[in-house]
Design a protein around this ligand. Sequence first.
Ligand code: BG6
Length: 491
Amino acid sequence: MTFPKNFLWGGATAANQIEGAYDVDGKGLSVTDILTAGSLDSPRLLTYKLNGKFQTTPSAPGQGLPEGAEGVIDPNSYYPNHVAIDFYHHYKEDIKLFAEMGFKIFRLSIAWTRIFPRGDEEKPNQAGLDFYRRVFEECKKYDIEPLVTISHYEDPLYLSEKYHDWGDRKMIDMYVKYAKTLFEEYKGLVKYWLTFNEINTSLLWLNGFGNNVDADKPYQHAYQKLHYQFVASARAVKLAHQIDPNYVVGNMICGVVDYPLTPDPADILATRYHMEQDIFYCGDAQCKGKYPTFAKRLWKEHNVHLDITEQDKKDMLEGTVDMYTFSYYMSNVVTTHKIENKVGGNFSAGARNPYLKYSQWGWATDPDGLQYYLGIMYDRYELPIMVVENGLGAVDKISDDGKIHDDYRIDYLRMHVEAINHAIEDGVDVRAYTTWGCIDEVSAGTGQMSKRYGFIYVDRDDGGNGSLKRMPKDSFYWYKRVITSNGEDLE
Ligand code: BG6
């Protein structure tokens, strides 16, 4: 295995899934703060008041509140993100462990509500700015480059209520003000930024999981929300470059590969349509700065009428991203035929692929899909690429010797590192690999702690019990060897 000399090995997290301290030092409530814990069989619930009545709706990170709803914390419900793994108070210890593994890069996100508690304030919250400064300085101490997601599934609750989950273009200004504050504040400390985590999930949710926020007009809402986010992202990219020409800003796509179930041409076409809607629509808007030809077909098909101005189009064209980044966990099978054997994972709602193994949560392990995806995206956009999420969510058990022997995770990661290497050999310019949940964190999809991804175990369970003590797993030492050998030693 040969990886480029400066290849950035590391790990990835999100503020709401690790920080905890949800109401500390002036932080406001995010939408994720009113999201209960779920499980494999029961969805997470948003808790809110609508027309004076307490209600709940199945939801997932990235979806906002129903129109007119007011988020509330229900004293009888459990909200796993409120404490999470308390990175807020453990960040020094955690970054030290990342450094011990040899991390070159650490992906984390900023909680918008630590900086602007409601989202519409004139001035940022100093305590929030100071917290991330301390975190970035800690990273610098170990020569770890922070990779910062500006918005990772946690809009301020106040804005989501007022503007109905990006249902109003005023959200663009709120986001741009927030991004500008970060670019000015952390100049010299941060180089790599991502504008929105998995921006395409609002479209992915439409394929079988519904959109509970706007059940009556889900497509109109999803596409309009995305348009405002594209403009917000583009304006942020432009600003970033003005504030510091060294800033490198990426998009971030939930990268699910679609395969046809059969050679029936109808399946081939359906697969293409899936990839267009799910993956290329957002990629094209952010990397090419304009909507693809097929966008018109999608809007027509779903009776979508967008509020787009000439200035929006100009902004999108002038604010294209510098790199393409994506998460990759699984592939998905598309068919127009009736299927008996269905899968039920978050983003793999299609037919079961008989050639692949599935995790306990229904996610297909498919390293070849990663190589395939990398090749397609590099051909299409010709931009440097970072794989900013990848990993296996699994239940870990402490063995009699007091250790966690997570060879299943090592196997999963090894195969994906090999796939990235094959793509690099094919000529794809991959710059970084940040595995998801380098330290155990709250699952975004289910709110469970037991769906673990980390190299570092955190003693906390699905009910919020545990000492929060950190402990390296076998994969910790494996990844350390991978990094030290720059990907040559995968055993
Ligand atoms: C991605 C998200 O979809 O997948 C993360 O960006 C998330 O926030 C990760 O945690 C894994 O998903 P889950 O549902 O297993 O936590």
